[in-house]
Design a protein around this ligand. Structure first.
Ligand code: F6R
Length: 641
């Protein structure tokens, strides 16, 4: 998840203290480090005494100084080195730095490199922008801009913004040019813009991506998150969606995108830096769990054309070849394997393609029957899991079509496969997968829909409807997340138990598997998941009075058959926790504790139903005093066999 920061401050020494502007920007970027990054950059502007922009001695034009670095070591050292010659420039004869924008980049569009690092500039070099978000219509915009003679230097969607603003600046100021340019963009964005010709202000604008603002004595700043502003600002504000602001050291002017004035309302910030980096949550897992609705929105962005059809040219396999696919293999480990198990139902139902889901370490040793009509999809949030990489190599050596689904741009798996569908969940720090898991499900289901579209198995309006239904999921997930307190009360009731059984049918079975995995990983409890229909073939022997059974019993899932399974375990004395749809009193009457979730359209229920199970594991672990972010014996990235 990229982080942006923008500062404009007075050049009066008494107001600035001893830190130079480059130093201040670096320290702000440091405070956004927790968001994860693979490159970073800063652009600075100087003014002469009297407040005019400093003019370059060669070009005789006002200038912007830009410093960018790919940061392989995941620290800002490379960028700091570049800034060394000017790092301590507070009051130089060559003019004072009075404004700057900075960026930490977590690649979503184009590999991590200096060329793709922000800030990006327009053709003239007068405009510099930093951007967090995803520009959905970047393809159309890139074509339009290149047709009108713009030279695009990077592979990013963000660079387009600088050129769009450049197109508008001929007769209006930066604020108006940005307002007009923003109207051409769809997607999510928080953008800060610096113009060499506007020496005393910066412009910021946002839609869907976060942007907070702060003011202090002689300084005004804005950033992706509060930590960057702590210690510098004394009053804080949030810029709302589709608001644009011009900031200068002693004023902020805010407008909507029609140019009408808006008011800013101060917000109370009482967090210290550590709480602020976790957005006020106690831990990263809590934060990431709650980021799932936003993460799903980002996964869906930019993949739906204006006519409602899907565009997934990122698979890098041509349409005819994809139409020929007669068998899909999804390979992954742990939660990534579970996301495949869930997607199997969509791949077989929508795209009517026989689908096998394999644990990578089994697939690579089991001599699978692969040929040029097979499609192997490697799923790995980290993109570095050794067994999944080896499974992919095996598939490649069999001349099979191969793509990957990953959360990390330019990770090993993405370099081994031609096409990649990025999940765009943002960095996940907690070891237990949460938002990367739910976004993998959506990415795989979009692939299933795309195959159905290519094969002509669903009518365009059916695809449009399913995509619209997918877009309702973030709100439904939010409702489930808002019920965390209720899950906590159930966790308190069962906190003393050591053995838990999870049951489900259809997609409810892999949801049960994932819920049990979370419970094992972070609460260290024996949690076993079974297809509910299998109980009577053995596991039911383990049910005795007081055994906890967690039943995924939402409506779509062979609901009445689940009733029978719940009765089977109840009659043997089990305590049953049910994941149940709102208003389903019938199922609720069968269980001891009901955890309600909103009802979802068919096949799309997993990302909602998993939430109470993630929360249950989370609360159980916390009640036991365990570190949910760093469970024992586990690593976030498993690079060994
Ligand atoms: C579970 C979890 C692990 C990973 C597995 C695969 O919470 O995090 O089971 O899902 O190690 O990792 P990736 O997806 O990085 O290949």
């Amino acid at each position: 998840m990229c982080g942006i920061v923008a500062i404009v401050r007075s050049t009066t020494p008494e107001e600035n203290g001893s830190e130079s502007l480059p130093e201040v920007l670096i320290s702000c970027l440091n405070k956004l480090e927790y968001r994860g990054y693979d490159s970073a950059g800063i652009a600075l502007g100087r003014v002469e005494e009297g407040g005019a922009s400093l003019v370059d001695s060669d070009t005789k034009r006002p200038t912007i100084e830009r410093f960018r670095a790919a940061v392989s070591t995941r620290s800002l050292e490379e960028l700091k080195k570049l800034l060394e010659p000017i790092a301590h420039t507070t009051h130089a004869p060559t003019g004072n730095y009075n404004r700057g924008i900075g960026h930490t980049r977590w690649a979503t569009h184009g590999r991590p490199s200096e060329r793709n690092a922000h800030p990006h500039q327009d053709c003239s070099g007068s405009i510099a922008v930093v951007h967090n978000g995803i520009i959905e219509n970047w393809r159309e915009l890139a074509d339009e801009l290149t047709a009108t003679g713009h030279h695009l230097e990077s592979e990013t969607d963000s660079e387009l913004i600088a050129h769009l603003i450049e197109e508008e600046t001929s007769d209006v100021d930066l604020l108006e040019a940005t307002r007009r340019a923003t109207k051409r963009i769809s997607g999510s964005f928080a953008i800060a813009i610096m113009d060499a010709n506007s020496p005393n202000s910066l412009v910021v604008v946002r839609r869907l991506s976060p942007l907070v603002m702060g003011t202090g004595k002689g300084i005004c700043m804005t950033a992706s998150d509060i930590p960057a502003l702590l210690g510098l600002a004394d009053t804080y504000y949030v810029l709302e969606d589709d608001e644009i602001a011009e900031i200068s050291p002693d004023s902020i002017r805010v407008f909507d995108l029609n140019g009408d004035t808006r008011e800013l309302h101060p917000i109370l910030v009482s967090w210290d830096i550590s709480a602020a980096q976790k957005s006020g949550y106690d831990d990263f897992m809590g934060k990431e769990l709650n980021e799932q609705p936003t993460a799903i929105k980002d996964t869906l962005l930019g993949r739906v054309a204006t006519n409602g059809s899907l565009t997934m040219d990122e698979t890098r396999i041509d349409d005819d070849a994809l139409r020929d696919v007669d068998k899909v293999f999804v390979v992954g480990c742990g939660s990534s394997f579970h996301s495949g198990l869930i997607a199997k139902y969509a791949l077989e139902h929508w795209a009517r393609i026989p689908t096998e889901i394999d644990i990578s370490s089994e697939f690579r040793y089991r001599d699978p029957i692969l040929n040029s009509s097979s499609l192997v999809v490697g799923v790995s949030q980290s993109g570095e899991t050794m067994d999944t990489l080896r499974a992919i190599s095996l598939a490649k050596s069999s001349k099979t079509k191969v793509i990957s689904i990953s959360n990390v741009v330019d990770s090993s798996i993405t370099r081994h496969t031609g096409g990649v569908i990025y999940t765009r969940a943002g960095p996940e720090v907690g070891v237990a997968a949460t938002k990367t898991f739910s976004t993998q499900i959506i990415a795989l289901q979009m692939l299933a829909l795309y195959l159905a579209q290519l094969k002509g198995l669903l009518y365009p309006d059916e695809i449009k409807t399913i995509l619209e239904q997918m877009r309702t999921l973030p709100d439904l997930m939010q409702i489930a997340l808002d019920r965390s307190e209720k899950v906590l009360t159930v966790a308190e009731e069962i906190a003393s138990k050591r053995d838990l059984f999870y049951i489900g049918r259809n997609t409810g079975y892999p949801v049960a598997l994932e819920g049990a995995l979370k419970m094992k990983e972070i609460a260290y409890l024996r949690a076993e998941a079974y297809p509910a229909g299998e109980l009577k073939h053995g596991p039911i022997a383990l049910i005795e009075p007081g055994t906890v059974v967690i039943a995924v019993a939402t409506r779509g899932r062979l609901w009445e058959k689940m009733h029978a399974n719940i009765s089977e375990v109840k009659s043997r004395g089990a305590t049953v926790v049910g994941i149940i749809n709102d208003e389903d009193d019938q199922t609720a009457s069968l269980v001891d504790y009901a955890l309600f979730v909103p009802r979802t359209p068919p096949l799309l229920d997993a990302v909602v139903d998993i939430i109470p199970l993630q929360l249950l594991a989370y609360h159980m672990a916390k009640l036991k005093g365990f570190n949910v972010d760093r469970p024992r014996n586990l690593a976030k990235t498993v690079t060994v066999e």
